[in-house]
Design a protein around this ligand. Sequence first.
Ligand code: ADP
Ligand code: MG
Length: 349
Amino acid sequence: MIEDKNPSRTPISELGEFGLIDHLTKNFKATQKSTIKSIGDDAAVLDFKSKQVVISTDILVEHVHFDLSYMPLKHLGYKAMIANLSDVYAMNASATQVTIAIAISNRFPLEALEELYAGIETASKIYGVDVVGGDTTSSTTGLIISITAVGEVNKNDVVYRSGAKPNDLLVVTGDLGAAYMGLQILEREKEVFKVNPNNQPDLEPYTYIVERQLKPEARKDIIKLLRDLKVKPTSMIDISDGLSSEIIHLCKQSNVGAVLYENKIPLDPQVISTCEEFNIDSTTIALNGGEDYELLMTIAQEDFPKIKGNPNLTVIGYMTEKEQGMHLITRGDALIPLIAKGWNALKDQ
Ligand code: ADP
Ligand code: MG
């Protein structure tokens, strides 16, 4: 539905591997002080002085994690960056560098890779991270993209999943479920398009949720906000697989339980209306839909005055002793055990 009708197609073979890498990375300029040597040698060289270094890798596989029939390559490049940067921010660290590994089949012309790298470049500029290396190889099936993100953090500032204590407040940023509902809209429009290619989708009523699916953001702003508010979360995780499974991760690693209030879960009105249209429960979507890239954290009770009323941070529950388990308190005051149904890349394989 978003296919370019008259694209120019330059075969990758015209450039060769080294020509391709040069071409794709020629605009990248290192801006981080810690980048000593970027693309061009056998390895990048970084210098973090007295900081601790965090590293995180993700891999995205065509047909498993993304569908190019509605995911423009530019957005894919951007989103792949976001997914990785989000993991760095979830450690309360600043993201500084990435490396990018791609495997491509010959069905991708140079122009397609230019699009992918345009998205990568945009994200690198917006988030201020240097692209310092990568690897390029061929694939016989689809596109594979793997990004490794590097970040830095003062030793005393790093936040793990394991620090939550009973009575800590459970706090989430932004709103939940939008990326999943955006995906439902795109999947639906893809089916409509298959039946009638002349039928142009009207995505207007779904702008927010479709954007949350195609062009998500990572919460770099929250790391700064927490610093400004002088709040160090006791534990933190990014929400890539759904609220429920992330709460369970925090509880298991911190050896605590949790209570989550259904009526506190932040939902955008477009998520609520689209859930009504699809006849699905919005709480289920917030609990189990993935790819929101918000941050879930626990905060000591004494820090509550510092975050109170902040529109970016919503208190959705609190941590308990482990023995009390992990529960959702519904709008009707029923106590329901939390289970991880979260989005799982391996579930249908
Ligand atoms: P090597 O043979 O040592 O693996 P390459 O020829 O693969 O080296 O890479 C040359 C340089 O280009 C290295 O600095 C590498 O990190 C970088 N590079 C390779 N592929 C990519 C890519 N897809 N994106 C960004 N940098 C890349
Ligand atoms: Mg290589």
